[in-house]
Each structure stands twice: as C-alpha cells, then as structure tokens.
Design a protein around this ligand. Structure first.
Ligand code: G6P
Ligand code: BGC
Length: 801
C-alpha cells in the first residue's frame, strides 16, 4: 500500500491541510451553489431566484430544473427539466387533485424542519447516501439575485466539490477506483468521499489492496471481496464502532468468504475507522468553512448557529440539532405552508394592485382620448367641452440664436420661485450667462390673499436687484408663470385656475401681469417692464430650443405636469391667421376633468382627489405628478395594512397622515442597489418596523404607481408627437422634447417609462428628450428677447421714414 494513501486514509490531515481544504471549499471549488433548493436531494437550478423579482415579493419560486443526477439515479429525460412540473404532470396523468407547491432540497427541508427550542436552524447538513448542505446566506452575496437585502437559503451542492480538480491532491487511488466504477464518473467527487453510497466501496477496495499486499488474510482474496458493492456503509460504520466493531468485522470478512483472524478483524476495523474518520473530517472541514463564511459575511466576531462541529479552531459555537424522525417531512410541510401563504398573499396583492396596471390596450386608449381632446380644445365650437384647453401662447417661433441683451426673468410655479438675470450674447461672446436666486413661497403666501403673493414676488425682485446692483436699470422681463392662463397676447395672461397647492385669492380670472404691475406700483420703488408671460412648458421648450432648434415640444413632470408644442396656426381656431405655427400650452393636467378618463381612475385616485385642494380638477396631473404620487402610494399602503398584507396588519397611524409619504420616497425606494435598505430606512423613519417582505411590498407598490404615471405621461406625449407628424403630413417625424421637473429628472426609472411608452405608441416618431439644465427662466428671457427683437424691427421702419 502506498504510504501517501494510508496516511491520507487514516485522515492524518494536519491543521494546515484542513485549513487548505477549508479555504478551497469556499473559494469557488464547490459546485454551482444554486440559490434556493433542488428537488429531494439532487442538484437543480432554479429559475431566477424570485426573492427580488420586481413584482412578486414572495421568497420562494416553484421552478426547479434538475442539473444532474447523483447517488445512482440516472432516469432519462429529466436532467434540465423542471421536476416540479414533471411531478405535477405525473399527478395529472393519474388524475389526482394534488398541487405541487414547492420543490425543496433535503438540506433545506432539514434546516426548515429543525429548531433548538425557539432558535431556528440556519444550516442544513445531509450526510447520507449523498452529502450536501445549505445555509442562510446574505442576499447581497448571491449575485444571481436582483436584490441584496435580507437572506437567501443557498443550497451549496457541495457534493460536487472537487469536480474541477480542486481536491486532486487529496483523492486516493481508491477514490479514483470508486469514481471510475460509478454511474457519474468525474462527478460528485466530494460526495464520493463521504456519502454512504461510497464508503463501503472505498473500504472494500482497501481490503483488496491489503489482501494483495498480504497484509490481510495472508493475501487470500475471494470473488466476493473482489465484487463491487459487497461492503456496505452500514458495515463500515458498525465495524468502526468501539463496541462490537471487531465482531462486525468478522461477520463482514466471513460474508466475503474469508476466514478472518483477529489481526485481520483489527486491520479491517482500522481501515473502516480511517474511511469514516476521513469522511467525518472532510464533512466537518467543509461545515467549518461554511460557518466561517457565514460569520465573515455577517461581519460577526462570533457566530452562534444551530449546526454541529467541534474543535476550537473555529470561532463559532455551533449546536447540532439532529433531525427527529419526520423533521424533513415537517420541513417540506413548513416550506409548502409558507409558499401557500405567500402565494395567497401575492394573489391578493396583485388583485389589489391590478387596477393600477395599464395594459397596452389601455395605453393606446389614453393616447387616442388625448388626441381627441386636443382636436376638441383647438376647435372653437368644442373648446368649452374639452378638458385640455390648448391655450395659444403667442410664441410663434423657437429662438434662432440672434437674441441679445440683458433680461430679468421670474420663474414661479415649480418647487422653487426663482428670480434670474439672463445675459444673451453671441456664441463667440459667451452665449448665455445667467445669475439667479431661489426664494421660497411659504404655503400661507401661496394660499393667502393674491396681493400678498404678488407683494412677496416684488420683495424678492427688490432683493435680487439689490444683490445684483441692478438699481436704475429697467430690464425687459420674462415671467414664467406655471399655471393655466388664457392669453390674448405675449404680455397678458388671465389665470384660469390655480393648481399645485396654490389658491391665492383674487387672482383667478385676472391678468397676472397686471397683478404684478399693481404690486410694483404699490411698492413704488422701481419700474418693471414685463414683455412676456410664459408657461413653464413654453419656457422649457424655448430654453432647450436655444441649443437644439428641433425642440418643438416642452414637457414638465414635476410638482405638476403639462406640455406644449408648436401647432400649425391654421389649426388654432382661437387665433386669426393660417400661416406659420404657434406654441400651444395644452394644460394636459386637466385631461379627463370632463370624465373622459374615468375608467382609468382607481379608488385610490378618487381618494387622493377627494382630499386635494381642487377635487375634480387636474385629474390627469393627479395620476402622474410629484405632488400626488406619494399620496397614491400612501393610500395603497393603508389598504394593504387594513387587509393585513403589510406589517402583518399592525395599525400604522403614521400612514393616516396626508403628505407623510412624499414622492421623493418613491425615488429613494426604487433606486437601484440597496433599495430595500432604503425602503426599510424610509419606513423606519415613519416609525414603521418593516420586515424584508414589507420592504419588498412597499417597493413594489412604488414601482407600480410610478410605472403607471410614466406610461400615462408617455401615452400623452405620443399623442402630441403623432399630432405634429400628422399636421405636417410626414411619414416619419424627428422631434426634440425639452423636459424639466423634479420627478422626470430625479426618479430613477420614470424617464425610461415615458420614453419606452412613446416608442411603443409613436413608432413613426423619433423623439429625442433634452433635459433642460437652466430651467424655464432662461426660456422666458429668450421669449422676451424675441418679443423685443420683433418690437424693435416693427418700430425700426417707423423711425426710418
Ligand atoms: C424647473 C422650471 C420651472 C418648472 C419646474 C417644474 O424648475 O424652471 O419653470 O416649473 O422645473 O418642476 P418642479 O419639480 O419644480 O415642479
Ligand atoms: C399647471 C401648468 C404647469 C404644470 C407644470 C400644472 O399644474 O397647470 O400650467 O405647466 O403644472 O408645472
């Protein structure tokens, strides 16, 4: 017998070899650890672990493809197939009413079925015909997962450790023989060192060698001894027992047709002890490697877990919880019960959220409905019934780069109120340079007397002029006023109604430019030359049009939402003339206020509308914009709690507070990477202790609500693009959309949702999205510059004569 084999056999694995083996086990030599678990005890890969599948917060998935057979199984037509389905099909063939809920690996069933008192096991270990283990891994280390929060049970399939040659220096010739004689040569090398299917054969081959070396039975062998499988693992285990081991050895040798002497029996016992001890050591070593891995990944100085290893080299205290008779059955039942509960919950959650999902047909419908409303808004006889008021802006062209001069600009209506100084120069002289100051509009000013609001605006202008040393100069001013205004000219805008939380009294139905001028007169300190009032969509289109002349659409998705575009003047019946184009402020926020969108409003939307400052108004805006998305999510969460689908139905008073879940939470919770940690943090700050499932569900609700908003916005924009293409009788249109607004700019996925929907619904339009960097204040200054240029050119001839 070769010295190295005996030494290894006797498992005289010194510390260093054990450590080496330990390292090798968890540095990629172990077989493809399949997230979750496989059928019974065979390696199977799951479909993408669903743990984080965007739209199902269940922690189990039912698909389980068999990767390879082991332990003597080799049925054809199963490898690579979903064994859950195969079983279900077999059940149906025999027309039993049984529904396969889950497919679990035996290590997982063992883990799930065992607990020490109240402490659940987090490691499952099988050392039987085969060997394998599973453990609860930190999800962030399971790269195949979409998400990295919480934990995921990983089935290591360590039976295949060494299949890539990592254990070549440990395998003995006997192991090679066992492998060569097995059904799956070269596979499951580690299992073949430990599993009871192989221990007997290893021992038999050793006995044959010993006999050949005349170290056993004086060299005599028998056909039985030379016959594969004649020694069982049970015999090996019994023989290695102190009590009765020698007697068992004798029985075995007699069974093998030998007349054993006492030394023979002792030799056989040594051999069996070596085989068993090596197997146990290998198993313990890999377990130790796994526990160390868990401790490291959990960044714990000490790991306390329910598994059994000894030896103080491991900084782990582990307790082995041996499975009682039906633990595995219990384990499978527990997993099935969990799956049933989660499946039922998932169905109930999907049912609750279904109305918030927009099928392709619904998206087309919204597009068609808006196209119809646009036509009605443009035509005089139907304008009054249209929900989109299609307001002429008297902006007839986008900038041509010849604009010059210094302009003041105001930007009111978004998150911030800005006063700007915009200097327009030739590109050679630096093009456009701007300085601006942000001022707040406190709610009591936005919702107080109108005069107070405009006095506040004037105070800000005074502050700005002082800071910029503009006293004594009356610069032309462009006023971005982001509310629906009926305009009869560039510098006059009758406020039709407030939106976005503004309700200042005495303004609706008034010319806001006049209201501003009155406030300046009240201040009586300086003059203001308001030459243009523009909507923020128009300002944004102009601002982006300065860099891209193809920009003929302006889109805002921020606190509110709206769009404008360059319409053929012949279609704008409210404005005389048929030549050229005019920018139309669609005021699409009010789309559906006439009921044309009612089938798309859910009871959540109705609740949000009911508690808003302007019930029944701005219905489309309330499905899309930043002021409302958080509220829709809050309403859904409240209902999920009531239905005990969230936070286990624990009362959440915090969620009853309007505005407690601002839309920026959606951006945080839906951001890629660490999303669930963010979700938990957001909920924590609201005093809501969230489980991983809760955080996943909250994220799902955010995703569904923001996806719908993005698709609705995209469907509306597709209607605009198609209108322009149709107006111009083009087979294919290329157009740029200037965009602004915090929701579009800051939400991680909103812009994609919009762009994908535009592509889907306006395939004959190539739409480029250009985010406005300088806001619409610059646009207002450009409109003012164009107005001044036109006024000067009109004034010029008069002086020429
Ligand atoms: C920018 C524009 C504003 C516009 C706002 C909309 O800031 O300059 O004119 O009203 O975007 O977005 P917000 O998210 O602020 O409502
Ligand atoms: C207003 C629009 C504005 C939009 C975006 C809406 O509430 O009615 O005029 O363009 O918000 O700010």
């Amino acid at each position: 017998m070769r010295e190295r084999d005996l030494r290894v056999l006797r498992a005289e694995l010194g510390g260093s070899q054990e450590a080496q083996l330990k390292d090798r086990i968890f540095h990629g030599a172990v077989g493809p650890a399949a997230a979750l678990h496989g059928l019974g005890a065979f390696p199977s890969s799951r479909g993408r672990p669903a743990a984080a599948a965007p739209d199902s917060p269940v922690l189990l998935s039912l698909q389980s493809k068999l990767q390879s057979w082991s332990k003597g199984y080799s049925c054809s037509g199963v490898v690579g197939r979903d064994v859950g389905q195969l079983l279900q099909a077999a059940i149906q063939r025999q027309s039993h009413d049984i529904n396969v809920m889950v497919v679990v690996n035996d290590t997982v069933a063992t883990m799930m079925g065992c607990r020490l008192g109240t402490k659940p096991c987090e490691v499952g270990l099988i050392v039987g015909a085969g060997t394998n283990s599973c453990f609860m891994e930190e999800a962030r280390y399971v790269e195949s997962l979409d998400d990295n929060e919480g934990r995921m049970c990983v089935n290591t399939e360590w039976g295949t450790f060494g299949d890539t040659g990592a254990m070549a220096d440990i395998l003995t010739t006997y192991d090679e023989h066992v492998d060569a004689g097995s059904l799956n040569k070269g596979k499951h090398r580690f299992e073949k060192l430990i599993g009871s299917l192989y221990l007997g054969e290893i021992a038999r081959l050793l006995l044959v060698q010993l006999a050949q070396d005349k170290a056993l039975h004086a060299g005599g062998t028998t056909p039985q001894l030379r016959t594969q499988g004649m020694v069982t693992a049970l015999e090996v285990l019994n023989i290695s027992e102190d009590q009765g081991g020698l007697a068992a050895a004798q029985c075995l040798l007699q069974k093998l047709g030998l007349q054993p002497s006492d030394p023979d029996c002792f030799t056989v016992q040594q051999v069996c002890l070596a085989v068993v001890t090596r197997a146990a050591c290998l198993c313990a070593t890999s377990l130790a490697a796994m526990l160390t891995h868990m401790r490291k990944n959990r960044e714990l100085p000490q790991l306390d877990v329910c598994v059994g290893v000894d030896g103080d080299t491991f900084q782990c205290t582990a307790t082995l919880v041996s499975a009682v008779d039906d633990s595995r059955a219990q384990g499978v039942a527990v997993v099935a019960a969990v799956a049933l509960r989660l499946e039922a919950q998932r169905r109930e959650v999907d049912q609750l959220l279904q109305p918030l999902r927009l099928a392709p047909r619904a998206r087309q419908q919204v597009q068609a409905l808006l196209q119809c409303e646009m036509e009605r808004g443009l035509r005089q006889e139907t304008h009054a019934q249209a929900s989109t008021r299609m307001l002429p802006t008297y902006v007839r062209a986008t900038p041509d780069g010849s604009e010059r001069g210094d302009f003041l600009a105001l930007d009111l209506g978004g998150t911030n109120f800005r006063v700007l100084l915009v200097k327009l120069r030739s590109r050679e002289a630096g093009g456009i340079c701007m300085v601006s100051e942000i001022y707040s509009i406190p709610p009591e000013v936005a919702q107080g007397p109108g005069s107070q609001l405009f006095d506040h605006i004037v105070e800000c202008i005074v502050d700005f002029q002082t800071k910029q040393g503009l006293w004594g100069r009356t610069l032309p001013l462009g006023f971005t006023f982001s509310f629906p205004c009926q305009q009869k000219s560039l510098d006059q805008g009758i406020l039709l109604n407030w939106t976005k939380g503004f309700t200042a009294s005495g303004c609706e139905g008034k010319d806001v430019v006049e209201l501003l001028r009155e406030a300046v007169r009240r201040k009586n300190q300086f003059d203001l030359d308001v030459v243009a009032i523009v909507n923020d969509t128009v300002g944004t289109m102009m601002s982006c049009g300065y860099d891209d002349p193809n920009c003929e659409v302006g889109l805002i998705v921020g606190t509110g939402t709206n769009a404008c575009y360059m319409e053929e003047l012949r279609n704008v019946e409210a404005v005389p003339g048929a030549e050229g184009r005019m920018c139309i402020n669609m005021e699409w926020g009010a789309f559906g206020d006439n009921g044309c969108l009612d089938e798309f409003f859910t009871h959540f939307d109705a609740q949000v509308d009911r508690v808003s400052l302007n019930p029944g108004k701005q219905r489309f805006e309330k499905l899309i914009s930043g002021m409302y998305l958080g509220e829709i999510v809050r309403m859904v969460l409240v209902e999920l709690v009531e239905k005990e689908l969230l936070f286990q139905g624990r009362p959440c008073p915090a969620l009853q507070t309007p505005g407690i879940f601002p839309t920026k939470f959606l951006s945080t919770i839906e951001s890629d990477g660490l999303a669930l940690r963010q979700a938990s943090a957001v909920l924590q700050n609201l005093g809501l202790a969230a489980s991983v499932e809760d955080a996943l569900l909250v994220r799902k609700v955010c995703q569904v609500v923001s996806l719908r908003a993005g698709q609705l916005c995209g469907a509306a924009l597709a209607a605009v693009a198609e209108k322009i293409r149709d107006n111009r009788g083009l087979a294919q249109l290329a157009v740029t959309v200037g965009v602004d607004g915090t929701l579009y700019k800051l939400h991680p996925h909103f812009s994609q949702h919009v762009q994908q929907t535009v592509k889907e619904l306006a395939p004959r339009c190539t739409v480029t999205f250009l985010q406005s960097e300088d806001g619409s204040g610059k646009g207002a200054a450009l409109v003012a510059a164009v107005a001044c240029r036109i006024a000067q050119s009109r004034a010029a001839p008069a002086t020429g004569q």
